[in-house]
Design a protein around this ligand. Structure first.
Ligand SMILES: Cc1ncc(COP(=O)(O)O)c(C=O)c1O
Ligand SMILES: Nc1c(O)cccc1C(=O)C[C@H](N)C(=O)O
Length: 438
């Protein structure tokens, strides 16, 4: 064995031992038992679609077979379907640091579960506009160039309705946001940002940006798609105005699970959202001809909630019942660091270029690497049971869901990755045929 092979072997042995030791010390390792995970698969894509909690599967069966199948329409009351948006919002609230107590004080609610992020962002943008255009003096919405596209499309849609003169979209690099807020000052209606970048995992300084925006009289809208359920956000503490987040990523609500909206209580009395529908009415079952918005967070509802999906999300959230979000964050940072170090130490992985912030504190629960065959590499890995994802043009992205991944999973993934890179499995034609969803 050459000196180099010996040192690589020693490094692998050391990572293997470290993975075992870390799993033994992992304070939230037991959460994995909440999930039904496929055998022979290591799932590094929970940042796109979370895995299946056992409680979610059980609830899906119960909702369909018993609640819908047997109790039919009586379930709106009998199984509290009508309260799902508020009750699910109430379970999400502590995960993002929103104080409320729906049971004892419904008016305290600031988080509600409904629709998709895209739809909710549209409502929030209009609400921000209605609150803060300052009689037409404020016209700008600031966002990052590398935002998730739907967030930017939402502004485009609004511009098509009311004219871009009333809501001009200004984009800048993530590192330039603070400077740009200073520059745009009192022309800003709102700063609308995704907290954790969907590709690189870059985390914006939410407390600082929120405070700075407020100093200039602007509101903030945070997209917490890649934050909720995996890192503390503390929306109340930092005086965030509005936020949206995703039910199907780290909250594990299943494909197409409904999203959520946070609107700080202090704004409820004055705001207006445009998708007025009967569920957002102050008294929906009066069936009045004229719309009168609910005075609280319920005004963000439009139509009937997707009961099956929302019930599944409700049950999925039980995973977080006995764990603090800080414990989840601590493990998340340890997982990304372990993966990053193992890649750095492996000669076989020199072809991967690191494309995320260097320090775990500066990034979310994912790591991005560039490779000119990133798509095929990702497909080759999937064929060997390691599920990551590809983001155009050349990124392979690994997501680390702390509630179901172990350090030994990470070690195993790295070993498979080394093998695929060594053997150039990604050159095979079957891994180079693009699919519709990547
Ligand atoms: C940051 C971000 N925002 C929004 C979305 C889309 O949300 P929705 O499909 O709920 O509209 C995604 C991913 O799908 C995302 O990553
Ligand atoms: N929502 C998705 C879907 O319906 C199909 C495929 C992927 C997704 C995603 O969630 C993408 C995701 N937001 C991302 O960060 O890339």
């Amino acid at each position: 064995m050459s000196e180099n092979s010996k040192s690589q072997h020693a490094s692998t042995q050391s990572h293997a031992a470290s993975a075992i030791a870390r799993d033994q010390q992992d304070a939230i390792a037991h959460l994995r038992d909440h999930y039904e995970l496929p055998e022979d698969t290591i799932y590094l894509d929970g940042n796109s679609l979370g895995a299946l909690p056992k409680a979610a599967k059980k609830r899906a069966l119960e909702v369909v077979e018993t609640q819908w199948g047997k109790d039919l329409i009586t379930s709106w009351n009998k199984h509290a379907w009508i309260d799902l948006p508020m009750n699910v919002g109430d379970r999400i609230a502590p995960l993002i640091g929103a104080k409320q107590d729906v049971k004892n004080d419904p008016a305290s609610a600031q988080v509600i579960c409904c629709d998709s992020i895209s739809v909710n962002l549209f409502k929030l943008l209009c609400a921000a506009l209605s609150l803060n255009s300052d009689d037409g003096k404020r016209t700008k919405i600031l966002s990052q160039c590398d935002n998730f596209p739907t967030d930017l499309y939402t502004v485009e849609g609004l511009q098509a309705l009311i004219g871009s003169g009333k809501c001009e979209l200004v984009l800048c690099e993530e590192e330039e946001i603070e400077q740009k807020i200073e520059e745009l000052g009192d022309s800003l209606i709102t700063v609308m940002l995704t907290h954790v970048n969907f590709r690189s995992g870059y985390i914006h300084n939410l407390p600082k940006i929120t405070e700075l925006a407020h100093q200039h009289g602007a509101l903030v809208i945070w997209d917490l798609a890649h934050s909720a359920g995996v890192l503390p956000v503390n929306v109340d503490e930092h005086k965030v105005d509005f936020a949206v987040g995703c039910g199907y990523k780290y909250l594990n609500g299943g494909p197409g699970a409904p999203a959520f909206v946070y609107a700080a209580k202090r704004h409820h009395a004055k705001l207006q959202q445009p998708l007025s529908g009967w569920m957002g009415h102050a008294k929906p079952f009066d069936f009045a001809v004229e719309y009168q918005a609910d005075s609280g967070i319920k005004q963000f509802l439009s139509g009937t909630p997707s009961v099956i999906s929302m019930s599944v999300l409700d049950a999925a959230l039980s995973v977080f019942d006995d764990v603090s979000i800080q414990q989840v964050r601590d493990k998340s940072m340890a997982l990304t660091s372990f993966f990053q170090q193992a890649v750095e130490d492996a000669d076989d992985l020199k072809g991967l270029k690191f494309a995320s912030p260097a320090l775990p504190e500066q990034r979310g629960s994912q790591l991005a690497y560039t490779h000119d065959k990133a798509y095929a590499l990702c497909q080759a890995l999937i064929s060997k049971g390691i599920v990551a994802d590809f983001r155009a043009p050349d990124i392979i992205r690994f997501g680390f869901s702390p509630t179901y991944l172990s350090f030994q999973d990470i070690f195993q993934s790295i070993e498979t990755l080394k093998q695929v890179m060594r053997d150039k499995t990604y050159e095979l034609p079957e891994f180079n045929r693009k699919q519709a969803v990547t």
